[in-house]
Design a protein around this ligand. Sequence first.
Ligand SMILES: Cc1cc2nc3c(=O)[nH]c(=O)nc-3n(C[C@H](O)[C@H](O)[C@H](O)COP(=O)(O)OP(=O)(O)OC[C@H]3O[C@@H](n4cnc5c(N)ncnc54)[C@H](O)[C@@H]3O)c2cc1C
Length: 249
Amino acid sequence: MIFLEPRITVLARPSFAEPAHLPVNWLGESTDGERLAEFAGRLCYMSQKNPASRNTRDYLDNIKKQGHGSVLEHATYSLLLEGVSRSLTHELVRHRAGFAYSQLSQRYVDESEANFVMPPAIIGDEALEAAWREQVEAAQRSYVALVDQLMTRYAWVGDKIHRRKMAREAARGVLPNSTETKIVVTGNARAWRTMLELRSSEGAEFEIRRCALAIIRTLADEAPAFFSDFEIYGAADRAEAARIIYHKV
Ligand SMILES: Cc1cc2nc3c(=O)[nH]c(=O)nc-3n(C[C@H](O)[C@H](O)[C@H](O)COP(=O)(O)OP(=O)(O)OC[C@H]3O[C@@H](n4cnc5c(N)ncnc54)[C@H](O)[C@@H]3O)c2cc1C
């Protein structure tokens, strides 16, 4: 299977349990993650009575404006990313602060039937698509042949699971960066914002940029107050990009 775009699934979102002894005078619409952040912010000044009569989204907008971003760290969102390439995840996992990752292992998982992700720059050009398909299919055939030969070479290893792992971890060296992978990413709202700002910008590589834009749309639905200051636009390179109002809160 060839992926032409990422598949993003929300696995987990915050669940806020308001303490009965510290009720907040909530105003306006909000989700649990947003309330959790507002609750944390208001605790700093014990302003639960909401003296400025701010609704949650205005309150959090002001938090971003003031650069008081640590409050956003309380709200975490876990996403399952599929249909993304190993080259994308190689870039993604560079984002350290506030993120946790669990990725499909090419040492344990058989990649004989692996899927591939077509680089966005190739999509739509028949000749380029054909050349790319030929290369990834050839690489996959080499992988299958190498696993086979390595299983023979390591026939003396009694534990079959260990033998397979030895074969797969060496054979994966011939698989391309376009090999599809799956990764669970948990990040707090502040960390997501920083990563999304960098990876949705015009300087970012096309595939991770497309993924970042899809994540912005997903998370803006989950918690508009955290992500609605991303503005998506058509860039001069004919792809979408995003810019943000409040830089690195
Ligand atoms: C367009 C683009 C091109 C790139 N090209 C390259 C490249 O050619 N080669 C390459 O190696 N990488 C490249 N990168 C990756 C880049 O160098 C960063 O590793 C990546 O963007 C993660 O950024 P970060 O460290 O700010 O993120 P995070 O690790 O998530 O950190 C977020 C923020 O927390 C703070 N922080 C985190 N860790 C520390 C620390 N140890 N000490 C002090 N402060 C810390 C910093 O303020 C940091 O900005 C590129 C990134 C982009 C967006």
